[in-house]
Design a protein around this ligand. Structure first.
Ligand code: SF4
Length: 336
């Protein structure tokens, strides 16, 4: 179900806009410490009260926990089943965050990503996106939602924007604690700038060379790294919060001095943070993870040269590698 469908169903039960808002708020907001709390249903019309228990079951069935894989860093990867038998990964992050998936598969085909290998299978609906957050909230406190799981949010813009709007209003998540992550797409920049809830923006940069970007991200929109940074800077000035540039560090590919010089040239003086994330080695793919010491030295040097740089590890990476691997493994074990 899309959120719009949920609203229509509630109206069909006899809910007025205020009732609809309250039911959605209760669904999205319940945190672990609220689980035993009885929902305040007394003010709802009788027809809605009667329909609600069965409808609740439908809402929660949109994202069902198949398996949970905790890691040493405090993260936990969840394999989440959708109603049609498809599955996605949702990651409980340390420090009250959750990373949600916006598509089953992905059409961008980044060379270093497992999710992109099978192409796009289907869109995740806005209801299923929010249901991932609700599932996460049944396990832990959630104050931040990042759209960095499986899929390219800009390729599922209507559903993602609908989910962001609900989470940023009824979901009690601060707008800058919603993070829209994209390889870069002009339509997405326009929608984000015009939307009532303006999330923070994370842009996949990965290289400062247009030609290498076309190889690494073969089906991303043809924006050069410079154009990407210009779009990001406009959005940062509009919202007042910095854009996060993502840099998956690949040994021998984008960890050379030429790329570091390119980063300084592009990002110095911008309202931006560079998130440097050493690649998470995937057995079937040829890319390699550089040592942590090398990554730390590169990040420190960039910082010295005026680029705010944070060295990060991909959450839960000791569990089963990068995004898409849990699902791939579950799919292959089903096909054996
Ligand atoms: Fe898609 Fe993101 Fe994987 Fe690229 S890294 S293929 S955009 S899921």
């Amino acid at each position: 179900m899309k959120i719009d469908t949920i609203r229509q169903r509630l109206r069909a039960f006899g809910a007025q806009p205020l009732h609809e808002q309250r039911v959605l708020r209760d669904w999205v907001r319940l945190q672990p410490h609220d689980q035993g709390r009885r929902r305040a249903v007394d003010f709802l019309p009788k027809s809605v009260r009667e329909a609600l228990p069965a409808f609740d079951v439908e809402l929660h069935a949109m994202a069902q926990l198949i398996s949970q894989h905790p890691s040493d860093d405090g993260a936990a990867r969840l394999l989440v089943g959708l109603l049609d038998g498809q599955s996605v990964e949702t990651v409980l992050l340390p420090r009250d965050g959750v990373c949600v998936s916006s598509q089953v598969g992905c059409a961008v085909g980044c060379q270093f990503c497992m999710t992109g290998r099978d192409g796009l299978i289907r869109q995740v609906t806005s209801g299923e996106i929010v249901a991932q957050v609700v599932l996460a909230r049944s396990q832990r406190l959630v104050k931040k939602v990042v759209f960095m799981g499986m899929g390219e949010p800009a390729h599922n813009l209507d559903n993602v924007m609908e989910a962001i709007e609900l989470l940023g209003t009824e979901g009690d998540i601060g707008h800058k604690n919603l993070v829209f992550s994209t390889v870069g797409d002009v339509r997405a920049f326009e929608r984000l700038a015009a939307g009532p809830v303006k999330p923070a923006l994370a842009l996949s940069l990965h290289t400062t060379k247009a030609s290498l970007r076309e190889v690494l991200l073969p089906r991303a929109p043809r924006l050069t790294p410079r154009e990407l940074v210009e779009h990001g800077e406009r959005y940062a000035r509009l919202t007042g919060y910095p854009v996060q540039f993502q840099w998956t560090l690949l040994e021998g590919v984008n960890d050379g001095i030429d790329e570091m010089d390119g980063i300084v040239e592009l990002l110095k003086g911008k309202h931006a943070v560079l998130n440097m994330i050493p690649y998470n080695t995937i057995p079937d793919l040829a890319f390699k993870r550089p040592s942590w010491e090398r990554a730390r030295a590169l990040a420190a040097k960039l910082h010295q040269r005026g680029v705010l740089t944070k060295l990060r590890d991909s959450a839960g990476q000791d569990v089963d590698g990068g995004c898409g691997q849990l699902r791939a493994r579950a799919a292959s074990s089903r096909s054996i």
